[in-house]
Write a protein that binds this ligand. Structure first.
Ligand code: FES
Ligand code: FES
Length: 171
């Protein structure tokens, strides 16, 4: 069996032997017991399973875990929903999700949270004009499905974080 090593939320894991057909979602949930990452459609259609991948150039992006083999994550540096809060302190985005009651069942929330965080990090590196904000948020969150239809609240929650710190995210 192949063995993988990766960093999750700043902590090194591995080498751990995995079956070649083990998905990253099962690796996180079943092998590591990290059940914050959800399994929704299982077909790369809802992104409830998406985690953040930190790239060597300092950028970040999300990646689904449901149909991707754990071996594809070998040597990667990733973040999951469990890694956002630090020392019990929620991030501004997490607080904004709560303030907007952006979730009902919460199943899609880890994916939206990860995507929103990636967007904030992108805007911090490349601020945009206020006029482009609504479209940029919509585009970033597009592809994440919420069966409880919380789209507007997620959008508003992300927007509030950007506007509360506009000098960091907007030109
Ligand atoms: S569970 Fe992975 S995209 Fe839906
Ligand atoms: S809050 Fe239930 S699926 Fe989004």
């Amino acid at each position: 069996m192949p063995a993988i090593s990766l960093t999750i939320n700043g902590r090194a894991h591995g080498p751990i032997e995995v079956r070649e057909d083990l998905t990253m979602n099962d690796f996180l949930r079943e092998v590591l017991g990290m059940t914050g990452t959800k399994f929704g459609c299982g077909a790369a259609q809802c992104l409830s399973c998406a985690v953040i991948v930190d790239h060597a150039d300092g950028t970040s992006s999300t990646m689904p875990t449901c149909i991707v083999a754990a071996t594809e994550f070998d040597k990667l540096n990733i973040r999951t929903v469990e890694g956002h809060a630090k020392n019990g302190e929620l991030t501004p985005l997490q607080k904004s999700f709560i303030a907007h009651f952006a979730f009902q069942c919460g199943y899609c929330t880890p994916g939206f949270l990860n995507e929103g965080q990636v967007l904030l990090e992108r805007l911090e590196k490349s601020p945009i004009p206020r006029a482009e904000l609504e479209g940029t948020i919509a585009e970033a969150l597009d592809g994440h499905l919420c069966r409880c239809s919380g789209y507007v609240k997620y959008h508003q929650a992300v927007r509030d974080v950007v506007l509360a710190d506009a000098h960091r995210f907007l030109t």
